[in-house]
Design a protein around this ligand. Structure first.
Ligand code: NOJ
Length: 733
């Protein structure tokens, strides 16, 4: 393979020197437009050089256990991209130098990496971020990640993931923004803005990649990589929604997903990759495959060999082959056979080059070398991670104002496998993170409370297994204390890719620990760190308060401590429903109405989940005044303004997110019972009030797509729903 590439390059070099003498190289002119530069460069490239641009290899240590592959030592100059599993800017610059100086046309390489929820300043997982309802904060966090990554040699992150996930058994539910299409669109766009900045060529901007296109979250039974049966109606009204929003927000690349969408795998799906993404939405960036996904078309039963797999993927609109070398090995032959037209190759190459030009890589191919101390974990970066962690945490239960912890407590039991754990706080998919960067719950609490409280620590048990020998020590710690903080949750490896669980309950041993502690009669505060919604029906009755802290990242310990002490008033609300049991899955707020709303209930358990999407308590109380509408009847070309005044009636300042839902009770295609259309979070001081406003644009907020994406706006009654209030208005022609 290496010899073949070398030969082609030498041949190319010779032909090139002969042909361009004296010509003006538009593509090298930084004053020329991106399109002129792309056109000029493509016109100078030979087929082999073009095909090289459509391939991505892997360099460095293999940091992802699911991406098992040979580590490549010698990267050919002129390759399209590499996954740079490293944070060394000097090594990157060497690889880049090779590409700039030893490829015939001096084309820079694109360095990609999974920067998912932070690079070294790890902030909460995406599912948690969505619970903050604070997209501006997410933009800031992503900008920190982009800067750290850029200074480590990365130009392109495989993020954000905006897969709607309604099955908590799927490990990747941690990586997206929950169950709602609109929420995923807003947070995905916020993250694109953070990574890409104002301008892609700014010194600290990196390209984003929307993934996984599309419907990956629908994998059957929550089993990763499995089949997904998605009707065209669901595709349009649910799965495509955040992608369209994030394309509009300027995302420049897209990753095709692993799943088979009702018989046509996403990696070779012409309808999604070409018709929708490029023809209808006008996307001019490129699509990269997921790891091994072109080869996997054979396993999925969609191609009989690599050549056919490459042909089908390429012709469907997939421009870059991640790691498989299917394109490298087969595209030239397919062109020679007349099966793939040269215009199609040119279009694919232009898409890749366009992004390289926009990133400014031709004009500034190298990363500035800055030492690690000034690159990572800067105080202002940690402060953002801390704020986001605090705003992401959700107070699920707080009977008798158990929290914040009373100032009178002198002895507090601190029990559970999460108390001193760093890895799980950092969470899934943070491959270049360092566990030691994280502050544990133990450290966070001791720093916050200082000498005023003694924390009686006992691990109690591990995350799983049957060992109950630590219960005794935990009970002793509890006996000495006035209140028990039990810190439970999931191991880091239990969420993320290839990390499905058949049940979303915590392992028995953790539940038994709480049962034992409950025997003491002391109040129990359950603190949960996990990457998915959990089944809490046995733990909830044993707990006086429950705080969901997710996988909060490096600043999780101090953010949690601030909430427990009362310095921070919790303001998170769930972006995903917590089912009562795993058997209720799928359960999500925007379900369709059943034919018999009063029947069809489970015989054995309640049909209601434990906590709905949007649930989250505060230490203060908010009173919502009546919703005011600017009219009760509007025409389709008019706008309607809705306002609600919210008063903080408690003694503590706080932040309240107002979620505005629309319900369309009768339509030519049935609608979900309600759909989130807008949200806003504002700070309200104690005793003060704030006005929240939502301007309803009928075409945007009241229409719905049909099974081919055509939007329909139908007259009739609608309801606006905010925090248990429901007001009716009418849309007329
Ligand atoms: C496989 C994962 O599905 C994807 O999310 C990730 O970006 C790639 N591997 C590259 O690591």
């Amino acid at each position: 393979m290496k010899r073949k590439i070398l030969l082609l390059l030498v041949l190319g070099q010779v032909l090139y020197i002969g042909s361009v003498a004296g010509q003006k190289m538009i593509y090298k002119d930084s004053e020329a437009s991106v399109e002129a530069r792309v056109k000029d460069l493509v016109s100078r490239m030979n087929l082999e050089e073009k095909i090289l641009q459509l391939n991505q290899w892997v360099s460095g240590r293999n940091l992802n256990p699911n991406n098992v592959g040979k580590v490549v030592q010698n990267i050919p100059a002129g390759l399209g991209s590499i996954i740079y599993q490293n944070d060394n800017p000097i090594a990157r610059n060497q690889i880049q130098k090779n590409s700039m100086e030893n490829s015939r046309l001096g084309i820079p390489m694109l360095f990609g990496f999974d920067v998912i929820h932070g690079f070294r300043t790890v902030y909460p997982i995406s599912l948690a971020q969505a619970c903050s309802w604070n997209p501006d904060l997410v933009t800031k966090a992503c900008a920190v990640a982009a800067k750290e990554a850029k200074l480590s040699g990365i130009d392109w992150t495989f993020s954000p993931m905006i897969d709607i996930a309604r099955d908590g058994r799927w490990g990747r539910v941690a990586e997206g923004y929950g169950e709602d299409p609109y929420t995923n669109g807003v947070f995905g766009s916020a993250s694109v803005k953070g990574y890409q900045g104002e301008n892609l060529s700014d010194p600290y901007s990196i390209a984003s990649c929307l993934k996984h296109f599309v419907g990956y979250g629908e994998s059957e039974g929550g089993r990763d990589y499995h089949y997904s049966d998605i009707s065209r109606q669901s595709l349009w009204e649910t799965y495509l929604v955040p992608y369209e929003a994030c394309i509009k927000a300027g995302a420049v690349t897209v990753m095709a997903s692993f799943n088979d969408i009702s018989g046509i795998p996403a990696t070779a799906n012409y309808y999604t990759l070409t018709e929708i993404l490029k023809e209808r939405w006008g996307f001019d960036g490129f699509v990269v495959s997921d790891w091994n996904a072109i080869d996997q078309l054979i396993d999925q039963g969609f191609a009989s060999d690599r050549k056919e797999a490459g042909y089908k993927a390429f012709m469907s609109g997939l421009e870059m082959d991640m790691k498989d070398n299917v394109y490298l090995d087969n595209l030239a032959e397919l062109v020679a056979e007349g099966k793939i037209p040269m215009e199609k190759i040119d279009d694919a190459v232009s898409r890749v080059l366009r992004i390289k030009f926009r990133l400014g890589l031709f004009d500034q191919p190298y990363t500035p070398v800055v030492d690690e101390q000034s690159r990572y974990l800067q105080p202002e970066s940690r402060a953002i991670a801390n704020k986001l962690a605090a705003e992401s945490m959700v107070l699920l239960k707080n009977d008798a104002q158990t929290l914040p912890l009373s100032k009178s407590f002198k002895q507090i039991a601190l029990v559970g496998p999460m108390v001193k754990n760093k890895e799980s706080l950092i969470g899934a998919w943070a491959t270049l993170s360092k566990a030691d960067d994280a502050e544990t719950i133990f450290e966070g609490l001791n720093n916050e409370f200082g000498n005023s409280v003694v924390f009686n620590y006992a691990k109690g048990c591990d995350f799983d297994g049957n060992d109950e020998s630590g219960f005794k020590e935990a009970l002793e710690a509890a006996q000495k204390s006035e209140i028990i903080l039990v810190c439970l949750g999931e191991k880091k490896e239990w969420s993320g890719e290839n990390a499905s669980r058949s049940s979303i309950a915590l392992p028995d041993v953790q539940e038994k620990l709480v049962e034992a502690l409950a025997q003491t009669g002391k109040p129990i505060v359950l603190i949960l760190s996990n990457g998915r919604p959990l089944e809490l029906n046995r733990l909830e009755p044993l707990s006086d308060a429950i705080l969901e802290i997710w996988q909060p990242g490096v600043a999780g310990g101090s953010a949690l401590a601030g909430i427990l002490s009362g310095k921070i008033n919790p303001s998170g609300k769930l972006a995903i429903t917590f089912p009562l049991t795993s058997g209720q899955i799928p359960i999500y707020y925007n379900m369709r109405q059943s034919a018999r709303p009063l029947q069809g209930k489970y015989q054995d358990i309640s049909t209601e989940p434990l906590y709905w999407f949007g649930h989250g308590l505060s230490y203060t109380a908010y009173k919502y005044n009546n919703i005011k509408l600017s009219a009760t009847k509007i025409r389709k070309d008019e706008k309607l303004t809705a306002e609600v005044e919210v008063t903080n009636t408690g003694a503590l300042g706080g932040k309240e997110a107002v979620l505005w839902f629309i319900s369309d009770p009768a339509a030519s295609i049935t609608r979900p019972m309600k759909e989130l259309k807008y949200f806003e979070k504002k700070e309200i001081n104690a005793g003060e009030k704030m006005l929240y406003r939502f301007e309803i644009d009928p075409m945007r907020d009241l229409s719905f797509p049909d099974a081919d994406g055509k939007k329909h706006l139908e007259s009739g009654d609608f309801y606006l729903i905010v925090n248990n209030q429901k007001v009716k208005f009418e849309l007329v022609d």
